[in-house]
Design a protein around this ligand. Structure first.
Ligand code: SF4
Ligand code: SF4
Length: 433
């Protein structure tokens, strides 16, 4: 695609990167077939190719974003299915990230939109605030009809009850059982610690059981992806820097074999820190090191020799594996989680249309609830058609989104792998089937 940025515009590193991305698109349209919003809405402007064209015009002109552009970019899930499909390796992720920042800087959203976006960015990344928000949502649920639609969506998405605080204190060092053979940092995360604290518990248990020391660094927290996808670049960088600083201390003093992440949405973001900080001298090297060390828990476990226990119940269990977009498209991790589950003895299936998003996508199911609901229903139908005993996935967002439409439990892959290596049976699976 031809572009028409001025020399002055190209002197900006972000615009220069965007220019390279735009020029790599040959407008073939292959990406449209696998884009969830194009599949649902059939509008070229809700396809990757259409959005690329809209962003090109917006960025070249340097005019403030228009309502039309904002509508179509907001409908993008950032699922990155288009990147998996694209034969020209167009880096849509970096393009849409830049587009969202530009929109945030130049477009004034209606008051309610701004309020909702601000509320989301001020609560979800902070576990104690998020816990209070969930308590409030549970409290006002009987009178949800009194609230504007965005807030109704938030209330609907809140869990029925709040999970108990974890028995593990998510800061400190968890010693390897037996001989220590590796040392890793674990991202404890934000929303996941509130919604499903057992995921980190399983992760720590399985790693330490395999002889790996786990450190959860003080001051590491939200990866920054939630606000990043809302276009709030400064806050996102601030959260990313806190993590980089925290892990850098560990890298300098004790060395790390990996930074393990058990939420694929966060993993995609952390692996992109190197790009985010490429122009910031104080952080460029540190961010690159952090991105290089980051790996999904399934990638990490796949690199180890694991002895799975013999368990009759596991060998009779049909598990449908749902691959999160951030896992398969964002990080290109496709087979490792499935193969680990199979090695553990589970009978693993995958749903049809596995490449399509379930509609969770960070805060998408709040901000674009109608599209997200259509995707959720479509996904749960495909999953149910595989007749699973339970469903496994590697992203808390997908778990929350899909749990509402499934008649079987959905758990994190690591909970099943923990069970298959001597840990407890996941709580959600008790009393089912
Ligand atoms: S598949 Fe790639 S090259 Fe083709 S239109 Fe889509 S983004 Fe452009
Ligand atoms: S990221 Fe997903 S929703 Fe957005 S354009 Fe690409 S395929 Fe479509």
């Amino acid at each position: 695609m031809q572009t028409h940025f001025s020399i002055h515009q190209l002197s900006d590193s972000d615009t220069s990167a965007v220019n390279d991305i735009l020029r790599s698109c040959v407008h073939c349209g292959f990406c449209t077939a696998t884009c969830p919003t194009y599949v649902l809405l059939g509008d070229e402007l809700d396809s990757p190719r259409g959005r690329i064209y809209l962003m090109k015009q917006m960025l070249e002109s340097e005019e403030p974003a228009t309502k039309e552009v904002v509508t179509h970019i907001d409908r993008c899930l950032s699922c990155l299915s288009c990147m998996t499909t694209c034969p020209s390796a167009v880096h849509y992720q970096h393009l849409v990230d830049h587009g969202r920042r530009y929109i945030e800087d130049t477009y004034t959203r209606p008051f309610l939109d701004r309020l909702v976006r601000w509320s989301l960015s001020m609560t979800i990344p902070y576990p104690s605030r998020f816990r209070i928000a969930i308590r409030l949502a549970i409290l006002v649920r009987p009178v949800r009809f009194l609230f504007p639609k965005y807030f109704r969506h938030m209330i609907d998405l809140a869990p029925i009850s709040l999970a108990k605080n974890s028995t593990i204190d998510f800061q400190g060092i968890y010693q390897a059982k037996g001989d220590k053979n590796k040392r890793v940092a674990l991202l404890s995360g934000c929303a996941q610690t509130v919604l499903s604290p057992q995921i980190n518990e399983s992760t720590v248990r399985i790693l330490t059981r395999l002889g790996i020391e786990v450190v959860i660094s003080k001051n590491s927290g939200c990866c920054g992806s939630l606000v990043h996808h809302l276009g709030k670049a400064d806050l996102s960088r601030q959260q990313a820097k806190a993590n980089i600083d925290a892990w850098w201390l560990e890298i300098q003093h004790n060395e790390l074999d990996a930074i393990v992440v058990n939420t694929s949405g966060c993993g995609t973001q952390i692996k992109d820190y190197a790009f985010m900080f490429r122009d910031e001298p104080e952080y460029a090297l540190k961010a690159e090191k952090v991105s290089n060390l980051a790996c999904d828990i399934s990638e990490f476990l796949y690199s180890l020799d694991i002895d799975f226990t013999k368990n009759e119940e596991i060998h009779k269990s049909n598990v449908t594996y749902h691959s999160a977009c951030s896992m398969q498209h964002g990080q290109g991790i496709k087979n490792q989680p499935k193969e680990l589950l199979e090695s553990a003895g589970f009978l693993v299936s995958e749903p049809a249309e596995g490449h399509l998003c379930c509609g969770s996508a960070g805060t998408y199911n709040i901000l674009q609830n109608e599209i997200a609901e259509q995707l959720r229903v479509r996904k749960t139908e495909k999953i149910c058609a595989t007749d699973p005993d339970y469903v496994a996935t590697g992203n808390i967002g997908c778990i929350s989104q899909l749990a509402r439409g499934l008649n079987v439990p959905i758990v994190h892959t690591i909970e099943l792998l923990d069970w298959a290596t001597g840990g407890p049976k996941p709580r959600e699976l008790e009393d089912k089937r």
